[in-house]
Design a protein around this ligand. Structure first.
Ligand code: AMP
Ligand code: GLY
Length: 434
């Protein structure tokens, strides 16, 4: 079998690595991948303009691709799945219609309201003054969000009314997020503990992935601005059996039923970002129509069933209800480049990456790459790897428990160096403190 993975982040490296483990897979192409996917056995990075759907279709036809897995939301929101399906290609992901759950916060909010899915109350605005009046009326803390896609960064949790007003000006008046911020959603502040609930859905059957939680703030203690994610782990103890049942009944099943009723059955990964309050009741913070990044990395470390089999069953409409998971915990620490999340630095040489041949922890520690690429120069015949984005690497380890996995990941992280590298030493602390 030949597989095509769309995307170039840590999520896509982890998905490619899982697919390549399956003995029936000959080749995994990654468009466009990173240095990590380039080094992976059976994997090959390709240069493909994924925004050009016809080019993707032609590549699939000429390279005998049996299966396409889409990583990032942008391709899903742009309708890559619809176009490929129409051309008879086996592709895993939601349609353009369903991807609106992530592509438009307004769509997602109206969908949740219409289907009684628990979420924060909200109001949408295009006018800055009206938005500010609403904030003054509601008081703080309050949450200001850009309506469109903003790579996890278009959300301001404002502690004060003044901070919320400034965020509204940034988005609506100063256009800081471009088109994504031409409309804002203002939301009630939810308190509690967050978790990521990720499933595979084939239109009607649901296969929940192992539970997980990520850390979105850039600094230790969950302080500082939001990022795409500074680390993640699985399982997430906050998702008890009772919370799990509530999430399935109150959130995931209603999405599946409502999309089916709308004539747009949901297929692909679905990610519900949750806030779980003190009573153990889950509220949806956001839907993503794809796998999480960095949640994919620890979850894929634990997956023992073939991902390729699951995706094929998903496309055929007969997903199993459960998969096999490693009993151990997995935890991933993101190394970010200088300036992230406001900016990012490219071209910093990365040293100290574990060499596969000398890595004694080969089965328990895996360094997934995100923003990396090969430099034009090589050192002693070895190709140099350099930074190429904000989130650079995700050092992921398996351990007997979250603490053990954290310590293993930290030990490897400490040996990796590049100019301006920063990471959090406290990933998993909430689970460890429980
Ligand atoms: P989002 O991009 O919508 O997932 O938001 C990013 C982060 O902002 C979330 O992971 C939360 O930490 C925080 N957040 C978003 N919405 C709310 C809310 N209504 N109440 C509290 N925190 C929120
Ligand atoms: N880790 C957050 C996300 O994938 O959106």
């Amino acid at each position: 079998m030949n597989i095509l993975i769309i995307g170039s982040g840590g999520r896509e490296h982890a998905l490619a690595w899982q697919c390549a483990k399956d003995t029936k897979v000959n080749k995994v192409y990654v468009a466009s991948g990173n240095a990590g996917s380039a080094l992976e056995p059976k994997c090959e990075n390709i240069n493909l303009d994924v925004n050009n759907h016809q080019a993707v279709i032609e590549f699939c036809q000429s390279s005998n691709i049996d299966l396409v897995i889409v990583g990032p939301e942008a391709s899903l929101v742009a309708g890559l799945v619809d176009d490929c399906k129409q051309a008879g290609i086996n592709i895993w992901g939601p349609s353009k219609y369903c991807a609106q759950l992530e592509g438009s916060k307004t769509f997602a909010k109206e969908f949740m309201l219409a289907n009684n899915i628990p979420t924060a109350s909200y109001q949408g605005f295009t006018d800055a003054d009206a938005a500010k009046d609403y904030v003054s009326e509601q008081g703080a803390p309050i949450v200001v969000k850009a309506d469109g896609l903003a790579a996890g960064k278009g959300v301001i949790v404002a502690e004060t009314v003044a901070e919320a007003h400034a965020a509204i000006d940034d988005m609506l008046a100063d256009n800081k997020f471009g088109d994504a911020g031409s409309r804002v959603v203002i939301e009630q502040f939810l308190s509690g503990e967050e978790a990521s609930f990720i499933c595979m859905i084939d239109g009607k059957n649901i296969l929940p992935m192992a539970t997980s939680q990520d850390h979105k703030r850039v600094f230790e203690g969950d302080a500082g601005p939001n990022t795409g994610g500074m680390g993640a782990y699985s399982p997430a103890p906050v998702v008890t059996d009772s919370v799990y049942e509530k999430v399935m009944q109150r959130i995931i099943q209603p999405v599946v039923d409502a999309m089916q009723a709308a004539g747009h059955p949901y297929t692909g990964f679905l990610y519900a970002g949750l806030m779980i309050d003190d009573a153990g009741d889950p509220y949806v913070i956001e839907f993503n129509c794809r796998f999480g990044d960095p949640e994919t990395q620890p979850i894929m470390m634990r997956l023992q069933t073939s991902l390729v089999d699951l995706v094929q069953q998903g496309i055929a409409g007969n997903l199993p209800k459960t998969a096999q998971w490693d009993k151990r915990a997995a935890l991933g620490i993101v190394l970010a480049s200088k300036g992230y999340p406001e900016t990012s630095s490219k071209g910093d040489v990365i040293t100290g990456l574990p060499q596969t041949s000398s890595n004694t922890d080969i089965d328990t520690v895996k360094v997934f790459h995100a923003g990396t690429k090969f430099a034009d120069t090589s050192q002693d015949g070895v190709q140099t790897i350099e930074t190429n984005g904000g989130r650079v690497l995700c050092v992921t380890a398996l351990g007997d428990n979250i603490f053990d996995a954290q310590q293993k990941a930290l030990a490897t992280t400490a040996s990796i160096r590049f100019d301006g590298a920063h990471y959090r030493r406290d990933i998993g602390y909430r689970a460890i403190n429980k």
